[in-house]
Ligand binder design. Structure first.
Ligand code: PEP
Length: 255
């Protein structure tokens, strides 16, 4: 059975002290309140990761993720962070292709295919983000856009490699806007993504792929979204900055 995941994306928020406090709160709440097999992932700024993996040791239900990685192994890339550096800190997940990276840092599907490769090569799990802009949704192109992001970023992988990915569908118009996709809108595209994976790989690979929804998800709407058959959890931005809200979202999967 595919894994249920609630992943937080802190983005460029929380200084070191604030980050340690927030993560400690999340750890304690998860330990006391999260009952089930769901995985909780915290994707924090690079400078926090070493301390977070140390704090999280022994808490198997909580994993630590990065928000980006460089596509090369090592070398003269001032200011960049490599996959092997992340691996050496016991980081488990890496967000790739977040719409903010596509929009503000010019990340293309071609570049993201390389980042996916290096991430997998070093034994890290990509959370690969796809999603359309408002213009693309309104013009009815959203199936094509999402499909091309998926195909160009990930479909060069073997089935065994693809099976290590988590996909996050994040409509750009819903990120940080307070506007959430309706559960029907989200389910429609999640089912489409799963169908494309089945066509490319197999029904078994598609059935095992965790597909997260992201975009203004909060404790009030998470239940409705996560009850859809093809939505396996969420990638949470704003609400992951408040331990109570974030853990309440993870508790939707309590059994
Ligand atoms: C995100 O940035 O991945 C995200 C989903 O943000 P928010 O929850 O704030 O819309």
């Amino acid at each position: 059975m595919r894994k249920k995941i609630v992943a937080g994306n802190w983005k460029m928020n929380k200084n070191y002290t604030e980050g340690m406090s927030l993560f400690s709160e999340v750890l304690n709440m998860v330990k006391d309140e999260v009952m089930g097999n769901q995985q909780v992932v915290v994707c924090a700024p690079f400078v926090h990761l070493h301390s977070l993996t140390a704090l999280g040791k022994g808490h198997s239900q909580v994993s630590v993720g990065a928000q980006n990685v460089h596509q090369e192994e090592s070398g003269a890339y001032t200011g960049e962070i490599s996959a092997s550096m992340l691996k050496s800190l016991d980081v488990e997940y890496v967000i790739l292709g977040h719409s903010e990276r596509r929009q503000y840092f010019g990340e293309t599907n071609e570049l993201l295919a390389k980042k996916t490769d290096i991430t997998l090569k070093h034994g890290l799990k990509p959370i690969f983000c796809i999603g359309e802009t408002l213009t693309e949704r309104e013009s009815g192109q959203y199936f094509n856009i999402v499909k091309s992001q998926l195909v160009e970023g990930t479909f060069h992988l073997s089935a065994a490699e693809f099976s290590k990915l988590v996909i996050a569908y994040e409509p750009v118009w819903a990120i940080g806007t307070g506007v959430t996709a309706s559960s029907d809108q989200a389910q429609e595209i999640h089912a489409f993504i799963r169908k494309e994976i089945a066509i490319k790989y197999s029904q078994a690979v598609a059935d095992d792929t965790t597909i997260l929804y992201g975009g203004s998800c909060n404790p009030k709407n998470a239940d409705e979204l996560f009850s859809q058959p093809d939505i396996d959890g969420g990638l949470i931005g704003g609400a992951s900055l408040k331990s109570r809200d974030f853990v309440d979202i993870a508790k939707v999967f309590n059994s």
